[in-house]
Every structure is written in structure tokens, then in C-alpha cells.
Design a protein around this ligand. Structure first.
Ligand SMILES: *Cc1c(COP(=O)(O)O)cnc(C)c1O
Length: 392
């Protein structure tokens, strides 16, 4: 093992960590002292403040992005016999929810630059059974929304967006999640805004009113409306719904994190420009792209290793970074190589050649607002040291 010229950090720098302050601690304790811990006033406030931030017509807080996506598909009435078009370059949850409603996921390969679904290949995947396009804003770079919206309206399909990475991101000046179609956000521990676990569905208020019922047992009113003063004990079950509500303990975190989001994003952009500056002239490395019509949310900084420039592969590269105390990750192992999907649909690695080829040469570097300049400098030195040690 060579650890070149870089002094080993004494502590491992994790790929990600949540950034909480005294505000979050105070707000959670306030909730615990308030006697209302589950979905209540803070969840309501978080929904309104989140919707106001995105200039969205409405927002529904849930306990995960997975729950938000599942709720959206159920509320749209998508089920057995239906098809939903999506990308192989995503977290399994985006595709699992299609299986949950009994529909068939139809994967379309990604664009080589953004690694987002290739809108130019979507039309060929549309059949009479297609009901929706589930688009994922990979790494925080918005998909080609104009092209997907045109396809959706020409073929009468729903457009559902997985915006787990895209808070906040803009497409042609407009914030992702600010429109009337269903858009799902994640507040998982590693995401740009975290409530430990949590999610939000934005969109049309009438759609969200139905989604709210789907997400809470199919009940005609929630507990806050029943147990608060002036509430009524009476409710009716309108459908066999789920148990996906957010708690006020999570919303307490969300309210504080939302106030810090712009500051968090500034720091993310600073880290990205430090990485870009340091890696731009290194022929073995390819930098992430940003198209001119978007504002990137920079959830992930995905570096690519240029083929033929190094004597080691991506897996070894990650191991060498780990030996230099830098934690990294890979986003994502494409859906079609996971055994469940591979075996059920007979996929081969090269069924989606771009996703598979890119998967083999990508790695995600640490990117979060808690990184110090020293941390960023260490990551840069470690990456360049691994490159120098293994150049062809
Ligand atoms: C994190 C993530 C999800 C799932 O979010 P949860 O809140 O953990 O359910 C879905 N899609 C993508 C692309 C993600 O990265």
C-alpha cells in the first residue's frame, strides 16, 4: 500500500454528516415539553413554510421521500397493468414504489453528461399502458423538464418528480417543486435538509388533500383535527391508506433546517468550486457538469475517472481514499444490476449501457456544509495523491 506524500489525517472524514445546532436541539426539546409530539402544529407550520420557500401551491409532510413517492402513485390511481417510465441511475426506492403499487417500471437509459434520464429515449418507451414518468433529478441537477413535460402532455401521462437531491434547484429560473405536479423531497440524514427521516410531497392542493388521506389510514380527518379542542371524535375510513405521517419532532428539525438552507447551499457551492478548481487540470478526472438553464442543488459531487488514465479501477480508488481517511460513496449501483430487477426483467449490465459504464467510473466525494476548508483541502490532496500514485 502506498500512501504517497499526503499526511494521513488522524481522523476519518465521513462521506456525510448532519449539521445541527442549538436551534434544532431547542426546538426538539420544546416539542417534547409541549405534550404534542406527533403530527400537529409544527408539522403544519413546516408544510406552510416549505411551500412558501418553494413558492409551491401546497405541501404534505410525510415520514420519507419513499412514502411521498408511493403516496403520489397511489393517489394518481396507478396500479396493476400500468407502466411507469423511470431511470436506472437512482436509489432503489424510486423504483421499488412502482413495484409496490403493482405497476411495471420501464427503465430508460441516462444522458452521459448529467446522468439524468435521457428524454430523447423516453418516447420509444411509451406504450398504451404507460401512466407516468417518474423523473429523478440526479445529484441535484434538474432533468430536461421541458422535454419531459411535452411528452407527458402529448401522451396524457403524469409527471412525478423524485427531488430527493434537488432542494433547492432551479430549472429555467423556477424552483423544482414549485408547480402543480407531484414532487417528492427527502429529509433523510444525508440530504441537503434533514429531519433524520422525513419527506415532503408538493403539488396541487386538491391532489395533496387526497394524498393526505391516502397517507394516513385513509381517514377523513387526522388526529390533530380529532383531539384538539373543538375537534370531533368522528372520522370515516375512505380507503385502506398507509401510515406515512410526519411527527412534530421531525418538523421541529425541519423548521430550523429550512431557515439555514440558503447558508448551507452557499457552503456547498464553495466546496464545489474548490473541488472544481483543484481537479479541472487533472486529465485523469472528469468534473460534474452544470447545464446553463439550471441551478444545481449540489446534493452530490460526482467525480468520474477517465478511462485509460489510471492503473487502478474505481473500487481500488475508493479503497485508497479510505486509506487516506476520506469517506466516499457511489451513487448509484444502477437499478438493473440489482438481483431483484435483473432477474425479474432479465436485464443485462449493457441493457442500459450508459448507466452501467458510468457506474463503473463514478465516485461521490464528501459534500456537506459541515466541511471545513481544512477538510476540503485534505480531500483534494488525497484525490490528487491517489491519481499521482497510479497514473498510467
Ligand atoms: C434518498 C433518496 C430517496 C429516498 O428517500 P427517503 O427519504 O430515505 O425515503 C429516493 N430517491 C433518491 C434519488 C434518493 O437519493
Amino acid at each position: 500500500m502506498t500512501v504517497g506524500t499526503v499526511a494521513k489525517r488522524s481522523e476519518f472524514l465521513p462521506f456525510s454528516r448532519p449539521v445541527f445546532g442549538e436551534e434544532e436541539i431547542h426546538e426538539v426539546v420544546d416539542t417534547l415539553r409541549s405534550s404534542w409530539i406527533t403530527t400537529g402544529p409544527k408539522t403544519g407550520r413546516f408544510e406552510s413554510e416549505f411551500a412558501a420557500y418553494l413558492q409551491a401551491p401546497g405541501a404534505l409532510a410525510l415520514n420519507s421521500c419513499t412514502a411521498a413517492l408511493h403516496t403520489a402513485l397511489v393517489t394518481l390511481g396507478i396500479g396493476a397493468g400500468d407502466e411507469v417510465i423511470t431511470t436506472p441511475m437512482t436509489f432503489s426506492a424510486s423504483v421499488n414504489v412502482i413495484e409496490h403499487v403493482g405497476a411495471r417500471p420501464v427503465l430508460v437509459d441516462v444522458e452521459p453528461d448529467t446522468l439524468n434520464i435521457d428524454a430523447g429515449q423516453v418516447e420509444a418507451a411509451i406504450t398504451p399502458r404507460t401512466r407516468a414518468i417518474l423523473a429523478v433529478h440526479y445529484a441535484g441537477h434538474p432533468v430536461d423538464l421541458d422535454a419531459l413535460r411535452a411528452l407527458a402532455s402529448a401522451h396524457r401521462l403524469a409527471l412525478v418528480e423524485d427531488a430527493a437531491h434537488a432542494l433547492p434547484a432551479r430549472y429555467k429560473g423556477r424552483l423544482i417543486g414549485g408547480g402543480y405536479n407531484a414532487v417528492a423531497f427527502s429529509f433523510y440524514a444525508t440530504k441537503n435538509l434533514t429531519t433524520a427521516e422525513g419527506g415532503m410531497l408538493t403539488g396541487d392542493p386538491d391532489f395533496l388533500a387526497r394524498a393526505r388521506i391516502v397517507s394516513l389510514h385513509g381517514m377523513s380527518r387526522d388526529a390533530w383535527q380529532r383531539y384538539d379542542q373543538g375537534g370531533s371524535w368522528f372520522y370515516e375510513v375512505l380507503l385502506p391508506g398507509f401510515k406515512y405521517n410526519m411527527t412534530d419532532i421531525q418538523a421541529a428539525l425541519g423548521l430550523c433546517q429550512l431557515r439555514k438552507l440558503e447558508r448551507f447551499q452557499r457552503r456547498r457551492r464553495e466546496v464545489v468550486s474548490q473541488y472544481n478548481g483543484a481537479f479541472a487540470d487533472e486529465p485523469a478526472l472528469e468534473l460534474p457538469v452544470t447545464r446553463p438553464e439550471v441551478e444545481h442543488a449540489w446534493h452530490l459531487y460526482v467525480l468520474r475517472l477517465r478511462p485509460g488514465t489510471l492503473t487502478i479501477d474505481r473500487n481500488r480508488f475508493i479503497q485508497e481514499l479510505s486509506e487516506r481517511n476520506v469517506g466516499t460513496s457511489v451513487h448509484f449501483i444502477p437499478i438493473h444490476v440489482h438481483p431483484y430487477y435483473r432477474d425479474k426483467y432479465g436485464f443485462k449490465p449493457d441493457t442500459f449501457p450508459v448507466a452501467y459504464a458510468e457506474y463503473r467510473r463514478i465516485l461521490s466525494l464528501p459534500l456537506h456544509p459541515g466541511l471545513s476548508d481544512g477538510d476540503v483541502g485534505h480531500v483534494i490532496e488525497a484525490v490528487l495523491d491517489v491519481v499521482r500514485s497510479h497514473r498510467v
